[in-house]
Design a protein around this ligand. Structure first.
Ligand code: FMN
Length: 177
């Protein structure tokens, strides 16, 4: 059973040239974690392998984002997005994640994710978007995640853009030069 971790307000940082990598099976259970991942989230390999990836899920993350992740990768596409994660001790760290199917011989055998450290500006730009999604999701019941993601896509469509264009533009425009 997943232990209840109490979130703190302490942010954990990692270097801009480091990558946090993990792989999962088709159900999202962790099958590989690199050293940077283990150091930053403070879970051992033993504690991570075989666990669902939501072991590091932070309560500040809107459910809609994960609906978007799974909807995208199940269609064989890659997902880019900002994720706030929880460490074993309740601290948090932000990542800019790329999550994609792991193809072997043309067949998806699982998924993997490579994450880097986002700029401060990128973190600050996404916080209000996620806060808004989280508050929309309150009291929406079992369809909250899907409704929340589709609402975000609709808002972006009304601005003439797609989620992918939006996030890639945001990454570009918030780069520290
Ligand atoms: C390859 C891969 C990497 C993932 N990485 C994360 C992650 O870093 N943090 C996270 O909270 N969820 C991650 N997820 C999504 C989780 O599987 C899960 O959907 C999410 O934590 C929400 O959990 P919940 O539906 O139990 O609320 C990842 C999924 C995949 C397939």
């Amino acid at each position: 059973m997943k232990q209840q971790i109490v979130p703190t307000q302490t942010e954990i940082k990692f270097q801009h040239d480091e990558l946090i990598v993990s792989k999962t099976d088709l159900t999202g259970r962790i099958t590989y974690a690199n050293k940077v991942f283990m150091r930053v989230c403070d879970f051992s390999e033993e504690e991570l392998l075989g666990q669902p990836h939501n072991i590091i899920r932070h309560p500040d993350m809107p459910r809609g984002v994960f609906w978007g992740v799974w909807n995208t990768i199940k269609q064989g596409q890659e997902f880019f997005g900002m994720v706030k994660n929880l460490t074993a001790h309740g601290d948090y760290y932000w990542v800019l994640a790329n999550i994609r199917p792991d193809f072997r011989g043309g067949k998806s055998v699982g998924y993997f994710s490579v994450r880097r450290s986002p700029s401060r500006k990128l973190i600050e730009s996404i916080i209000p978007v996620y806060k808004e999604m989280l508050s929309f999701e309150q009291g929406k019941g079992k369809d909250a995640a899907q409704l929340s993601w589709q609402r975000l896509e609709k808002q972006l469509a009304s601005q003439g853009t797609t989620y992918e264009q939006y996030i890639l533009n945001l990454v570009e425009s918030t780069k520290e030069r």
